[in-house]
Design a protein around this ligand. Structure first.
Ligand code: SF4
Length: 455
């Protein structure tokens, strides 16, 4: 189903949509308050944007530098061209170390590669340890948001889910009780796991170390208890030097949740004695995106989720409606690069208001890229005949002032005099949920001329 149809389904539950909208707007407001407290916020954004642009222009060098330094630290570095290779590498590490139980902290890359089903099909238990991720894993769903994976679920729904899977008592959605129960359940999984998989927020080229940010400490708990730590990263996660972390860490937490700092910003540089540490660097279409000049900046993304929280379309259509691992505005410029035909509806799921670009901590020109993808799509993807014909006619009318004036006059007449069932038919999506504004007799041009005469 197209995004609009999925969104229509989500909109059937009006109270849930309102609540989803308000919850995300609340996070957006927290972000604003937190950002406004930082003097030089805009300078931080400029610096982050410039650093990321530098990384993308010299990615080959930084990647090699990072690999060399990580290897010097005793870390094994692997390279994966695509999702399949990534999954095979992770599986082979687990096989070689005889691992059967894995705990995993939040990693959108492993979602992108569909690692969980791959490992499960190979007889390995994978438990997501981020609370939101665990909720969607138990519900057999995928995250609907990159920072708040279960934001589409109410606490009452989580209550029912935990009763079914964790044997909890009915609590009427008491968040404290539910969190405590999840904590007990996950602690047992941490203690029994043989390996921990984490994502990577930042990979530092000049040290070979990685930084993983979580609010629950689950990445640390997993990596410190297990004998094998596998960190999976997209190749765009690099920053040149450790000193640059100060810029990105300040931007990330504030943009994501409005916190001054993520609760745990953990630095992993080398394996502890008696343990193994692996880093899997994944391309999976990133080189192609790097090659697209108009869309290269989409690789600057630090996955804070701010563009989703502010987007009026995302807030009222829900993350699952995008049918992509990364939903929302940033997903809508990344996904067409992976499969243009499949995701050709996503760049149109936007008002182009530009709010996403305004809040983006690394200043990605998201709304401009959405508009550029639209231009690519109308050229490269076959469009429905009706849409093509209507746009062709509209183009002619808009290019000719006489035709435009005549069309306006006719439309005003029809809207004023046609019976309601004609104006509010299924052909008028605008009128499905709202009344049209009152139709005036004159257009602006006529009104203006009359006013001039009068004066
Ligand atoms: S595009 Fe910008 S605002 Fe959106 S998730 Fe990425 S860094 Fe955050």
């Amino acid at each position: 189903m197209a995004h609009a149809d999925e969104a229509a389904l989500f909109n059937k539950d009006e109270s849930k949509v309102d609540w989803h909208d308000k919850a995300l707007w609340f996070v957006r407001q927290k972000r604003d308050k937190s950002a406004h407290k930082v003097k030089g916020w805009e300078t931080l954004r400029d610096l982050a944007s410039a650093i990321k642009a530098n990384v993308m222009s010299n990615l080959d060098n930084y990647l090699v530098q990072f690999e060399e330094n990580a290897q010097k630290n005793g870390v094994t570095v692997h390279w994966a061209a695509d999702a399949e290779e990534h999954n095979k590498i992770v599986h082979s590490i687990l096989q070689q170390t005889n691992v059967k139980k894995v705990v995993k902290s939040k990693s959108m890359l492993t979602e992108e590669c569909h690692l969980n089903p791959y490992l499960e099909a190979n007889g390995i238990e994978v438990v997501d340890t981020d609370l939101g991720e665990r909720i969607v894993q138990l519900a057999k769903e995928v995250p609907s948001h990159i920072v708040l994976p279960a934001i589409h679920k109410t606490k009452e729904e989580v209550d029912v889910l935990f009763q079914k899977h964790l044997g909890t008592k009915p609590s009427n959605g008491d968040p404290q009780y539910l969190t405590n129960e999840a904590r007990k359940h996950l602690r047992d999984k941490f203690l029994k796991a043989d390996a921990a998989i984490t994502g990577v927020n930042f990979a530092v080229a000049d040290t070979g170390g990685i930084v993983v940010c979580t609010n629950e400490g689950n990445a640390d708990m997993g990596a410190h208890l297990a004998k094998v730590h596998i960190a999976c990263m997209g190749m765009e996660k690099l920053i040149p030097q450790e000193k640059h972390l100060g810029i990105f860490l300040r931007l990330l937490a504030r943009s994501a949740t409005g916190q001054p700092i993520t609760t745990y910003s953990s630095h992993f540089n080398k394996p502890a004695p008696g343990t193994e540490m692996h880093i899997v660097i994944v391309d999976n279409g990133r080189t192609e995106q790097l090659n697209r000049e108009d869309f290269r900046a989409s690789l600057h993304c630090i996955r804070c989720g701010a563009c989703m929280n502010t987007c009026p379309i995302y807030r009222r259509s829900g993350g699952h409606s995008y049918k992509a691992t990364i939903p929302g505005p940033i997903g809508s410029i990344l996904s067409p690069g992976k499969d243009l035909t499949k995701h050709s509806d996503l760049p149109f799921a936007s008002t182009l208001c530009g709010s996403c670009s305004d809040v983006c901590p690394v200043k990605i020109n998201i709304h401009e890229q959405l508009y550029k993808w639209r231009q690519v799509i109308v050229k490269d993807v076959p469009q429905p005949v009706v849409k093509k014909t209507v746009l062709k006619i509209a183009g002619r009318v808009l290019a000719n002032s006489k035709m435009y004036g005549f069309a306006g006059k006719s439309a005003r007449f029809i809207l004023k005099h046609a019976p309601r069932f004609v104006t509010y038919s299924k052909f008028n999506a605008w009128g499905e949920a709202r009344d049209l504004p009152e139709v005036k007799d004159d257009n602006f041009d006529t009104w203006y001329k009359k006013r001039q005469k009068h004066e």
